[in-house]
Design a protein around this ligand. Structure first.
Ligand code: HEC
Length: 417
């Protein structure tokens, strides 16, 4: 890996530094430079802990100070080279919820770097920030979880597995969901989770162990919500909600990724419900279907260029969930308005299938009939893509299976039609 080479001289410097840092923490040095407890811990809590915690998705936990201290040089290099944290939508395109926790500021990078250069002093535990509390929407109006924990099963040679559980909400009349919260049990093994409405009413609600759903077939499932590690809950603004029909059949899907020994998991979703709302939220699947990503291409693109049709009315875009599979390497979503002005909505230079985030805009974007909505999915189907499931690369078709590819921006909003 190229960073290993780059880091070599630094690691030598680091080893020299380590000689000094084995001495007891030096108060005068700590007073000058950043310490673990005072400056470093808050940065890691904000940007890294959602994955780097005991039982988290990352292979190493940052919960223990000595572990972080031993990794100081690697943290310096990974953050400087932009390898960590993993890619997320660029908030300078359009600010969105949670973005401040997905990136390091230049100051934060500098602090991590200065700390590593100073021999990674721990400092004084009294300076530690208060423990990080994850906010929740609980108590919920409905909680969707399997009756019992289920131990993920993987096909031979496969690290990905998809399991679904179906639920009958039992609602006599239409109901509106006003908030979604993924309730992830085994954070180390659930890499993303999603919720669907089953309009065919055929998904099996009786099987406590759920069912395999790696290759969705003919089912008429509508995407509703998705979660990736560390993603916050979604609560719509006052008076807004997404309609679930009477006796809604809801499917919860876990994407499991083999991480050591398969562990019994009982993940699901918590929902807030209302009988009626002022404004109904819709989720529109925008994107491209029926395509092939040629083997070997390092920047294959699929483009949707859509003049917004009159029948969709004025649409207030609240958020977008970019969705591709393992070859995804970038994603853009933008609107060119009739007066030629542009709205950048999502700009992702990089994409991590295991870290799928919903972009919930701070400021909604108005789309009117005649505006041009453009979505571009980028794929790296070359040998050089470490996430390429095929070696050597093969042509990959559009499809629902995890070995196929997709190109969607699921757009949340409300409409005048
Ligand atoms: C979305 C989850 C996620 C977030 C957020 C994240 N990481 Fe990671 N990190 C990973 C995963 C997964 C790996 C293992 C990657 C691999 O092996 O390819 C990793 C690996 C690393 C490693 C290499 C560890 C080793 O032992 O070799 C370092 C260092 C690291 N991350 C630092 C950070 C820092 C610093 C932050 C915050 C600024 C951060 N990461 C945020 C998921 C995450």
């Amino acid at each position: 890996m190229k960073i290993a080479l780059l880091s070599l001289p630094l690691l030598v410097a680091c080893n020299k530094g380590d000689d000094d840092s084995s001495a007891p923490a030096d108060d005068s040095a700590a007073a000058e430079g950043p310490t673990y407890y005072k400056e470093v811990r808050p940065i890691l809590d904000q940007t890294c802990a959602r994955c780097h915690t005991d039982g988290g998705v990352a292979p190493v936990s940052f919960d223990d100070p000595e572990t972080v201290q031993a990794l100081a040089m690697k943290i310096q290099i990974y953050t400087r080279e932009g390898i960590m944290p993993p890619p997320a939508p660029d908030p300078t395109c359009a600010p969105y919820e949670g973005a401040e926790t997905y990136f390091l500021t230049d100051d934060a990078k500098q602090t991590l770097s200065d700390w590593a250069d100073a021999g990674a002093p721990l400092g004084d535990p009294v300076d530690a920030p208060p423990p990080h509390v994850v906010p929740t929407l609980a108590p919920f109006d409905a909680e969707l979880r399997g009756e019992a924990a289920w131990t993920p099963e993987y096909q031979a040679g496969e690290k990905n597995a998809y399991r679904c559980w179906a639920f009958d909400l039992g609602n006599e009349a239409d109901v509106f969901v006003t908030g979604f919260e993924a309730l992830i049990d085994q954070l180390a093994e659930v890499h993303h989770a999603a919720l669907f409405l089953d309009w065919s009413y055929t998904a099996d609600v009786d099987d406590a162990d759920g069912f395999d759903c790696s290759g969705l077939g003919e089912e008429d499932w509508q995407y509703i919500h998705a979660w990736g590690p560390g993603a916050p809950y979604l609560e719509f603004a006052e008076g807004q909600g997404l309609r679930f029909p009477a006796h809604a059949r809801v499917v919860y899907q876990s994407h499991y990724f083999l991480n050591g020994t398969p562990t019994p998991d009982n993940s699901g979703y918590g929902l807030l419900l209302a009988d009626s709302v002022d404004t109904e939220i819709f989720v529109l699947p925008l994107g491209v279907t029926d395509f092939v990503i040629p083997a070997g291409e390092s920047d294959a693109q699929q483009v949707m260029d859509m003049p917004w049709p009159a029948y969709k009315g004025d649409f207030t875009l609240l958020g977008v969930w970019p969705h591709m599979h393992q070859l995804g390497s970038g994603f853009d979503f933008g609107v060119t308005h009739a007066d030629e002005s542009e709205s950048c909505v999502v700009d992702m230079n990089g994409y991590d299938f295991h870290n799928q985030l919903l972009v919930w805009l701070d400021t909604p974007v108005s789309i009117a009939p005649g505006d041009d909505v453009r979505l571009v999915c980028h794929y790296d189907n070359s040998e050089g893509n470490a996430n390429n499931p095929n070696s050597p690369p093969v042509d990959v078709d559009f499809g629902e299976g995890s070995d196929d590819e997709m190109c969607f921006g699921f757009a949340y909003g409300h409409s005048s039609y």
